[in-house]
Structure formats: structure tokens, C-alpha cells
Write a protein that binds this ligand. Structure first.
Ligand code: PLP
Length: 394
């Protein structure tokens, strides 16, 4: 018999009932150190006082009004986002996938309005942009698309870092290129700065719109407000979600005036997107994260964590292969099955997240403390040791 919850997830037998900062408390009282942060969502940890205050205050005033009316919170958050980025304009969504949908529509509409038949979108192997029809077509990955055809047409994938293939893929039919500056689900793979620069040049030469998917790597995760800032290039369109709501469902598409020029009244909409409750939380998150002192701390802590992880790789050469990533978006490529490592973490009351390429993902709250970093590495050390002992005993 089918479970009453559609069984699309392989869930761990853990039920959390409360969160405090970097900690999640299980029904039975056990306290887990959370290096997953809801997959980069709880950027400020759990129950951050500023977010609790923002949501509580707004909840007593007004939850939802339709986008038939002006929503002052949207203006405030859009101003914060456009002041802090390349963007001139913002549309609010409820998720990263919805941001993907709009990014695709915006890019196609841009060329339609110019009277040119440019509809194809170039994406990258191993990419993840969500689970909608457009997003799975962009990814092209067998495990996401199998059985869900016919796929939305107009997407091609090129391998990561293959410059000739990228050049060849951008034709007079291409409207946009979409890339995660740091691949998340794909295994925490940062795109080298030169590649992002090269891609920007290629897009400029051909008029192609460049879309950055910063749903996972954005909002301070890499130590800059947005990951592409490290490379010194900007996109035409950017998708944001996960961290921007700090746990409240919120996403956004940011764009230049030029890229957004096709999106006139009536061309897109969302019932919930940008509602007052989401805006109150988003504003509170932005006010904390888009601050140089906060981002300096993220970088300092990221350096400390990374150094400790390098030590862990050196002391467990049969468990870990290497560390990669940027800021507090780190991946430990494993030699054992990454899922075994995640399970060994559970036994140490430590939460991590698997990713493709046999990677263990570490995405702690950006507010994690130095003591918690030390404790997390101790727990990872014990988890790795437990796998070595199991192997030795077998
Ligand atoms: C999670 C993710 C998405 C999809 O976001 P949802 O909020 O789950 O719809 C898209 N792109 C990237 C890079 C992601 O990590």
C-alpha cells in the first residue's frame, strides 16, 4: 500500500522538533549539529532572533495580499537587492524552481521581442536547477528526466570546462547560457574564475544572455553576497532562493533592465510570490547577510573549517580524497560511499548532506561559531574512524 506521504524521498529515521542556532533537536532529545542547514536554506541557523521577530511582527499585521496591490515589503527588499548587485529589477517567487521558470521565460521573451528566433538554452552537465519540466530539461540528467518525457525542447548540455564544446554550443539559435557558479547537487564544484570570465566574454560577443543560478551558492554562502563576485563578472539574469528566506519559502529573479525588457504587465505572475510575510523575513535576512563585517566572518570561519578538513583528509586517507568548494559551501570527496559517511555522521549526531560525485556536502549555518566548527570536525573525525574500524573488522 502506498504511504500516505508520496514516497519520493529516501528519508532518514530522524524527526526534528526544535532548532536552536546550529543545532537540531530530535524527538527523543538528542541534539544534532547541523552542517546541512536545510540544504543551504537556514543561512542564519535555526530560530535566529531577528528572523523570529520579523516573522512574528508581520504575522500579527498582515500575511498575504494579492499582487493586484502594491506590497511595500517588495519595494524594500527589491531596493536592497538591486543596491547590492548588478541587477536593476527583481521578481519574487516562492522557490528556486519557480525562479528557474521565470529565468527561462525571460530569456526567450527577450529574443522574441527582438524578432529573432533564439530559443535554445545552453546548460552544463551535472547542473541542477530544480524539478520542473524546464529545470529537468535543462539538467538533462537521466535520473531526473527518465519517464517524464516529452521534455521541454530547446536545452542542450555541455561538459564542464570544455571550452571548445561551449563555443560550439552557442549558435545563432541560443538565447541564454545558464550556469551555477558553484555546482551544488553536482558535487560542490566551483567554476574557475577564468571560465566564468570566458563565458561572459563569449556571451557578450554573441549577444547571448548569461544566467547565473545562485540558488545554493548565493546569499553569503561562499563568503561574498553572491558567488560570482569572486570572478568579477556579472550575469544578465540571476536566480536566488534557499538562503534568502532563511527557512521561509522565498526565491527571486534578478535581472538587468535590458534582459528584463520583454517582461511587461501580464507576462508573468505568482499568487504567493513576494507576499508580506516572505518579504518581512527576506528583508531581515538581507540586512544581516549583505554586510561586509558579516561576510568577513563567514570567510574567516570558512578558512578555519577548511584547514581542519584538510587535516581530516590527511588523517583519514582511506575515507576522504579531498576537500573542495568555497566559503561555507564545502565538499569532502569520499573514498567510502558518501551515504555511508552521512549515516556514520548520524551516529555521531552530526548532519551532513550527500551530493553527486560521491561528495559529502557541508553547508553549515553562516552563523556557526568557532566552537561548533571544532565540534563538527571532532564528530566527522569520529564518524570517519567508525567507518575505518568497520572496514578493518570486516
Ligand atoms: C535547490 C536548487 C534549485 C531548486 O530550488 P527549489 O527551491 O528546491 O525549487 C535550483 N537551483 C539550484 C542550484 C539549487 O541548489
Amino acid at each position: 500500500m502506498i504511504p500516505s506521504i508520496l514516497p519520493t524521498y529516501n528519508r532518514a529515521p530522524l524527526s526534528f522538533v526544535k532548532g536552536e542556532g546550529s543545532w537540531l533537536i530530535e524527538e527523543d532529545g538528542r541534539r544534532f549539529l547541523d552542517l546541512g542547514a536545510g540544504i543551504a536554506v537556514n543561512a542564519l541557523g535555526h530560530a535566529h532572533p531577528a528572523l523570529v521577530a520579523a516573522v512574528t511582527e508581520q504575522a500579527g499585521k498582515l500575511w498575504h495580499v494579492s499582487n493586484l496591490y502594491r506590497i511595500p515589503g517588495q519595494q524594500e527588499l527589491a531596493d536592497l537587492l538591486t543596491e547590492a548587485t548588478f541587477a536593476d529589477t527583481v521578481f519574487f517567487t516562492n522557490s528556486g524552481t519557480e525562479a528557474m521558470e521565470l529565468a527561462v521565460k525571460m530569456a526567450r521573451k527577450y529574443w522574441y521581442e527582438k524578432g529573432e528566433d533564439r530559443t535554445e538554452i545552453v546548460a552544463f552537465t551535472g547542473a541542477f536547477h530544480g524539478r520542473s519540466s524546464a529545470a529537468i530539461a535543462a539538467s538533462g540528467a537521466e535520473k531526473m528526466v527518465k519517464g517524464f518525457g516529452p521534455l521541454l525542447p530547446g536545452f542542450v548540455q555541455v561538459p564542464f570546462g570544455d571550452h571548445d564544446a561551449i563555443r560550439a554550443a552557442i549558435t545563432d539559435k541560443t538565447c541564454a547560457v545558464i550556469i551555477e557558479p558553484v555546482q551544488g547537487e553536482g558535487g560542490i564544484i566551483p567554476v574557475p574564475d577564468q571560465c566564468l570570465k570566458g563565458l561572459r566574454d563569449l556571451c557578450d560577443q554573441t549577444g547571448t544572455l548569461l544566467i547565473f543560478d545562485e540558488v545554493q551558492c548565493g546569499m553569503g554562502r561562499t563568503g561574498r553576497l553572491f558567488a560570482h563576485e569572486w570572478a568579477g563578472v556579472t550575469p544578465d539574469i540571476m536566480m536566488v532562493a534557499k538562503g534568502i528566506g532563511g527557512g521561509f519559502p522565498l526565491g527571486a529573479v534578478l535581472a538587468t533592465e535590458n534582459a528584463a525588457s520583454g517582461m511587461t504587465a501580464g507576462t508573468h505572475g505568482s499568487t504567493y510570490g513576494g507576499n508580506p510575510l516572505a518579504m518581512a523575513v527576506g528583508i531581515a535576512v538581507m540586512r544581516i547577510v549583505a554586510d561586509d563585517a558579516f561576510l568577513d566572518e563567514v570567510n574567516r570561519k570558512a578558512g578555519a573549517l577548511r584547514q581542519k578538513l584538510e587535516g581530516l583528509v590527511a588523517s583519514h586517507p582511506d575515507v576522504f580524497e579531498l576537500v573542495r568548494g568555497q566559503g561555507l559551501m564545502l565538499g569532502l570527496k569520499c573514498k567510502v560511499a558518501n551515504t555511508d559517511m552521512v549515516a556514520a555522521g548520524y551516529a555521531q549526531e552530526l548532519l551532513t548532506v550527500p551530493a553527486a560525485d560521491n561528495v559529502l556536502r557541508l553547508l553549515p549555518p553562516l552563523t556557526i561559531t568557532d566552537d561548533e566548527i571544532a565540534e563538527a570536525v571532532n564528530r566527522l573525525d569520529r564518524a570517519a574512524t567508525s567507518l575505518e574500524q568497520a572496514k578493518g573488522g570486516a
